[in-house]
Design a protein around this ligand. Structure first.
Ligand code: ZN
Ligand code: ZN
Length: 258
């Protein structure tokens, strides 16, 4: 069985209900973490899994809400013998190395070793015996990548956009895909109020329209902005104006079974 947990589903400001976005893939007692904001260890314990089972960390980009928990993660696992593969664009790799060095977390006494693996857009990589990944550039930040995960035994694919404005390459990659996990920061009217958002994030109306055009089978919105004057049902309704597939609106610590 393969499960994908949503450890967080919120935007750059955590709210009472939603923490910063990160995903956790659980397959055959191994864990792959996608992005590393805070309290990952506690969240993994809350869903009754063992953080020692993390074998890989995948980083979408180096904004604080996606990466600030990395030193704490390594510090928490410092007595756990083993190696964690960390994947990301070259810029992300250097940033993570510097971040860990600030806390002396790459010194010999740290038993949990990090193996840094830089990726280029279009590159495939191997995560678990029946899980592979590939990545593509997205225009949110110079370090940004979106990730496509292929669950080979199950013949299913899941694409995670990371933070991104509407980007045609994502929707080409997402054609007829089983799961699209895409950022959905706010309703369109909020983007019209602050047009700069169109350059860095995605609104619910555009996401619903393009997901429908791409034939996405299951759409999972995340990275929902918090503490602003819109409701989650407004986002949901806006997505459903055009999207006619299966919409799964998850909350923190909920999961899908692939
Ligand atoms: Zn973000
Ligand atoms: Zn960002």
């Amino acid at each position: 069985m393969t499960e994908v947990y949503f450890l967080g589903t919120g935007g750059w400001v955590a709210t009472r209900e939603r923490d910063n976005t990160s995903l956790l893939i659980h397959q055959n007692e191994k864990l792959v973490l996608v992005d590393c904001p805070g309290s990952v260890i506690q969240k993994i314990k809350k869903i009754d899994l063992n953080p020692d089972a993390i074998v890989s960390v995948v980083i979408t980009h180096v904004h604080p809400d996606h990466i600030y928990g990395l030193p704490s993660l390594v510090h928490s696992l410092m007595l756990v013998e083993g190696t964690i593969n960390l994947y990301g664009k070259e810029e992300s790799i250097h940033f993570c190395q510097n971040l860990l060095d600030l806390f002396h977390l790459r010194e010999e006494k740290i038993k949990c070793r990090i193996n840094f693996i830089p990726l280029r857009s279009g590159e495939d990589f191997h995560l678990l015996p029946s899980l592979s990944g590939s990545c593509l550039d997205v225009p949110h930040h110079p370090s940004s990548l979106a990730f496509s995960f292929e669950f080979k035994d199950l013949n299913k694919r899941l694409l995670f956009s990371g933070d991104t404005p509407i980007h045609p390459a994502i929707f080409e990659e997402a054609r007829d895909i089983d799961y699209l996990v895409h950022e959905c920061s706010a309703p369109k009217r909020y983007f019209d109020l602050y047009p700069i958002l169109y350059d860095i994030h995605t609104n619910a109306f555009d996401l619903g329209r393009l997901s429908q055009e791409s034939g996405v089978k299951c759409l999972i919105p995340c990275h929902i902005f918090g503490d602003l004057e819109f409701s989650e049902s407004e986002i949901e309704q806006e997505l459903l104006e055009n999207y006619k597939g299966r919409l799964v609106f998850l909350h923190d610590l909920e999961k899908i079974i692939i």
